[in-house]
Design a protein around this ligand. Structure first.
Ligand code: NAD
Length: 483
């Protein structure tokens, strides 16, 4: 035990008003699902049931797509960009005003620490809407032809790790470009998307511009395979992304896929070690490691590996794991039992293959889903924990001797989403970054997001970019003869 212990500092949950059940948000209203079936969403930190949520079937998806088509043809695509911008600015402002409510609800449904939902997720969500609101009246000047048109109706499917943030990354550019959307949140984290539906009502957004259908994989499949949508935007696992790519092949649908990752975080011997340790911790333990671009493979130069590991373990020993609503918590709950099982299985493979596991002392709560921050040393490139996405608070440590070896090891993955480079030399940053096959490379920092900066992957991490002008282009088509 350290000399000073933190007293509990729980955020009050009284600001959120969770209904005992929710319908689907179609054509501007909450409606019952056709089949009448529903599923429970729980708080992963306590296993308490938070609400029952309707499960949309193919008939509901059909209704939502029809509403989105009407809204697209009659209202949204013909509205002046400056008018659309007003709605997006209004949504951004309402999210900023209701930020605390969104943050508490996100932490309850997802298990992430309130410090992150309050200081990272929700502020970025508001920024995303502010940013794309600013583009809505400038589409003719983006370099995509004189009068680029929206694609039409977008079917959007998102994962559970950043529920509201992924919604914002999908909905804001789509709406700014004049598309309407049908969005399916992940089955374990539907609540902030349903609160967002209330924000759409509060902002007087025309009915049908945003539709939200809740459900699991079958609902997502019905949406992406619906013949009435023009664009599929998917964020999730590589396995599902591949299935979606197969299902839309041969159709006219445009596709953006944001999939998994296994990022290398490369630390050279001239890097400021304490700063690098902070970056490593942020890279893998932020959001319990449920981050597609997490720095899950640490590549450290051999001559500083020992010293760095001593300092990393000391820093990890100060991480506070526990109640997500406690403002002092650094690492919250694993989002679901299924995900906890996946992390447990993959780390067991690490043990079986001969890597050495280390975790700091920490007492985990009795209920809920928890996993200690963990590092594996003695990892080789052949180990499963060096190749497969664990999507949890688990770091695999490898070493290298030369810059060429670092690059070869970093690129030795089927993924290509992100990477980090830690060194004092600017020339080395540029040289290494240019050789890494990753959509995003951070230098002397990690996990930084900005709406103006495009984000996306190579290889099995998907294709297409979200954020920036590129993210807008993914929802626009040039007119005949313009390009
Ligand atoms: P997942 O693929 O299991 O589910 C993602 C979403 O797809 C959920 O809403 C799910 O209900 C839906 N879905 C499942 N089967 C479907 C099908 N056959 N057709 C259509 N939709 C279907 O992924 P997950 O476990 O929820 O999320 C974790 C994964 O997401 C990780 O691999 C992570 O790397 C990735 N991710 C990527 C990014 C990125 O920007 N590249 C961001 C966040 C998460």
């Amino acid at each position: 035990m350290s000399v000073f212990e933190y007293a509990p500092a729980p955020e009050s949950r009284s600001i959120v008003d969770i209904a005992s059940s929710y319908g689907l948000f179609i054509d501007g209203d909450f409606v019952d699902g056709t089949s009448g079936t529903s599923f429970k969403t729980i708080n992963p930190a306590t296993e308490e049931v938070l609400s029952e949520v309707s499960e949309a079937d193919a008939a509901d998806v059909d209704r939502a797509v029809a509403a989105a088509r009407r809204a697209h043809d009659k209202v949204w695509s013909t509205m002046a960009g400056a008018e659309r911008a007003k709605y997006l600015f209004r949504i951004a402002r309402i999210i900023a005003e209701r930020a605390r409510e969104f943050a508490v609800l996100e932490s309850l449904d997802n298990g992430k620490p309130i410090r992150e939902s309050r200081d990272v997720d929700v502020p970025l969500v508001a920024q995303w809407f502010f940013y794309y609101a600013g583009w809505a009246d400038k589409l003719d000047h983006v370099g995509l032809g004189a009068r680029p048109r929206p694609l039409g109706v977008a079917g959007q499917v998102i994962p559970w790790n950043f529920p509201l943030m992924m919604l914002a990354w999908k909905v804001a550019p789509a709406l700014a470009a004049g598309n309407t959307v049908v969005l399916k949140p992940a089955e374990t984290t539907p609540l902030t998307a349903l609160l967002f539906a209330e924000v759409c009502q509060q902002a007087d957004l025309p009915a049908g511009v945003v539709n939200i259908v809740t459900g699991a994989g079958a609902t997502g499949q019905a949406l992406v395979e619906h013949p009435g949508i023009d664009k599929v935007a998917f964020t999730g696992s590589t396995a599902v992304g591949k299935a979606i790519a197969r299902s839309v092949a041969g159709t006219n649908k445009q596709v953006t896929l944001e999939l998994g990752g296994k990022a290398a975080n490369i630390v050279f011997d001239d890097a400021p070690i304490d700063q690098a340790v902070e970056g490593i911790v942020n890279g893998i333990f932020f959001n319990q490691g449920h981050v597609c671009c997490a720095g899950s493979r640490l590549l450290v130069q051999e001559n500083v590996a020992e010293e760095l590991l001593v300092r990393l373990k000391a820093r990890m020993s100060t991480l506070r794991v526990g109640d997500p609503l406690d403002k002092n918590t650094d690492v919250g709950a694993i989002n679901s039992r299924e995900q906890l099982n996946r992390i447990t299985d993959l780390t067991a493979a690490g043990d079986a293959e001969g890597a050495e596991r280390w975790s700091p002392e920490c007492v985990l709560p009795d209920n809920g889903f928890w996993f200690k921050p963990t590092i594996f040393t003695g990892v080789t490139q052949a180990h499963r924990i060096a190749r497969e996405e664990i999507f949890g608070p688990v770091l695999s440590v490898l070493t290298f001797r030369t810059p060429d070896e670092a690059v070869a090891k970093a690129n030795n993955t089927p993924y290509g989403l992100s990477a980090g480079v830690w060194t004092e030399k600017g020339s080395r940053i540029l040289a290494i970054a240019g050789q890494l096959r990753a959509g995003v490379v951070w230098a002397n920092t990690f996990n930084k997001f900005d709406p103006a900066s495009p984000f996306g992957g190579y290889k099995e991490s998907g294709h297409g970019r979200e954020g920036g002008k590129q993210g807008l282009a993914a929802y626009l088509q040039a007119q005949e003869g313009d390009r």
